[in-house]
Structure formats: C-alpha cells, structure tokens
Design a protein around this ligand. Structure first.
Ligand code: CP
Ligand code: NVA
Length: 302
C-alpha cells in the first residue's frame, strides 16, 4: 500500500522518530554515504507557487538519494492550463514516476491527486498546510533542546490560520511539545484543529503569550495566494510583530524560528532575525535532511 504525506496526521509518533533517526544519520554522513534508496526512481516536483528552499532541498535531496528529480511548473502543464483534470494527471504521472511532490493552492487538489495516483504524494505546501516545513522544524527543536515533550514551550505569533500555524498545531499534537498560538481573534486557529489537545492553546495578548517561551516562531502576514487581502492583514497583524520587547519576555535562552522567506520590520524586526538567537538557517538546512529521510521511507521503501 502506498503512503502519502499530506499533513502531519499522516505519520505516527513512532514513524516521526524513525524519520528523525535517519535524518540525523544522513546529516552526519552527508557527502560520504552510499545510501541510494531512490536509485532508478524518478520523482516529479510540481510547483504552482514560488519556492526557494522547498524546490532546491527536494531537487538536491532526490539527487543525493540516487534518484532523478523532475521540476514541473504547474502553469506549463496541461493541468495548469485547465485542460486536464487532476485525476487524469495523476493516472498519467503514475505510469512514469515513482513519487510526486506538489506545491499548490487548495489542499483539496493535493488530496484528489493522492487519491487518484498510484504513487506516494508529498505535500510541499498548500494554502492550508506545510507539513515538510514543520517536520524539519521539530527536528531543529530536537537538535537544540534534546527532547520533544511538554517541557518545550513554543509560541507562534501572527496569522493563526496560516499553513504554518495549522501545521504547527498538528506538529504539537504529534510530538507533545507545548504550543501557544498568539493571533488576533479574527484569525485564530480553527476549533477542530485545536480540539482535544491539552498542550495547544490560543492567546490574544502577545505579552502574555511570550512569557517563558523556549522558541518564538513567526511567518509572513500575507501568504502566497492571499495578496488580495494584504492591506487588512498588514493592519491586523501589526501588534503581533516579533521584536526585542516580545523576545525579552521569553526564556533567557529563547531561540527564534521562521520558515522563511522573512520580511524584516514586518512580522519580525531585523535585530531579532539577525541575532545569535535566530536559528532560521538551521531550519532551512534541516529541510534537506528530513525530506531525504521522509522520501527514503515513503518512496525508497526503507
Ligand atoms: N520555507 C519554505 O517553504 O520556503 P520556500 O517557499 O522558499 O520553499
Ligand atoms: N505562509 C507562507 C509560507 C511560505 C513558506 C506562505 O504560504 O506564503
């Protein structure tokens, strides 16, 4: 049975630890490893939105595992022209490829692709979820804290309904870390996502939310696909900026996280983003190692 990775609900806690063990090994042995589980396999990377980290880390990752990555601009595919259904595209690609990585707008499109394809599908970001990012972020937190449990306090500030916030809630549910989502009422996380998770809460007040945190995370105020709502969002999220004042309320060893790309002086000030407490480039690097481990398991049969 093929296995997809569309949200963090698609892996168990045990599988998460297996991915992290393999990712740590691949990180240690990068450039020296003869581990090639994707040898003879071709992986399609479909992108309908811009990307730097995701595209490069997946292309390099497939290559390092012995496979062939094929970058497919969704706008140049028959699918993107509105000339072919998701289902027909899935059937055709299943005859050529061994796995699909897709970044697009609506999550339902990725679900339909996964339902109709005979090969594993990995979500590389939709409007609703970004599971590869948060899996790498959990791995980064593990590297710094040495554990993933409720004693690790993480706070997310800003758009509480973004793909990053949604996936962070699922990441907290999966790993057991303590999470506060700090956002305005209008963009607070959906009830269903939070329900039954005692380690996840919502807080309106940034000063209250920041107290004692070990990690502060933020993301852009205007995600890809939400540009029409820019003016309202810039106003709404302004009080949720991560700056020296907010950072100063956190634990003394607090680290700063951001999926990137970052907008200095919008969701985060440069003095926080460029400070020694910022571990954003470790996060970016870990995308490579964690996604390699994930692909080795889902597509390489490891
Ligand atoms: N964090 C992230 O997914 O970056 P890209 O949009 O550059 O891929
Ligand atoms: N929330 C952002 C994440 C970018 C990696 C977006 O969707 O644009």
């Amino acid at each position: 049975m093929k296995k997809d990775f569309l949200t963090l609900q698609d892996i168990t806690k045990e599988e998460m630890w297996q991915v992290f063990d393999l990712a740590a090994k691949l990180k240690r042995e990068r450039g020296k490893s003869s581990f090639k589980p994707l040898e003879g396999k071709s992986i399609g990377l479909i992108f309908a939105k811009s990307s730097t980290r995701t595209r490069v880390s997946f292309e390099v990752g497939v290559h390092e595992l012995g496979g062939i990555p094929l970058y497919l601009d969704q706008g140049k595919m028959q699918l993107g022209r509105g000339s072919e259904t998701v289902g027909d595209t899935a059937h055709v690609l299943s005859r050529y490829l061994h796995g699909i990585v897709i970044r697009t707008y609506g999550h339902a499109e990725v679900e339909e692709l996964a339902r109709t394809a005979d090969i594993p599908v990995i979500n590389a970001l939709t409007n609703e979820y970004h599971p590869c990012q948060l899996l790498a972020d959990l791995f980064t937190i593990l590297e710094y804290s040495g554990k993933l449990d409720s004693t690790v306090k993480v706070g997310f500030f800003g758009d509480g309904r973004s793909n990053i916030a949604n996936s962070m809630i699922l990441a907290a549910r999966l790993s057991g870390i303590d999470l506060v989502i700090c956002s305005p009422e209008e963009e607070r996380p959906g009830e269903a996502l939070m329900a039954g998770a005692p380690n996840v809460r919502w807080e309106r007040c940034p000063e209250k939310a920041a107290k004692g945190l070990n990690y502060i995370y933020t993301d852009v105020w205007v995600s890809m696909g939400f540009e029409d709502d820019k003016e309202r969002r810039m106003q709404l999220f302004r009080p949720y900026q991560v700056n020296r004042k907010i950072f100063g309320l956190a634990a003394p060893d607090c680290k700063f996280l951001h999926c990137l790309p970052a907008h200095r002086e919008e969701e985060v000030t440069a003095d926080v983003l460029d400070s020694p407490a910022s571990i954003v480039f470790d996060e970016a690097e870990n995308r490579l190692h964690v996604q390699k481990a994930l692909m080795a398991k889902l597509i390489g049969g490891c």
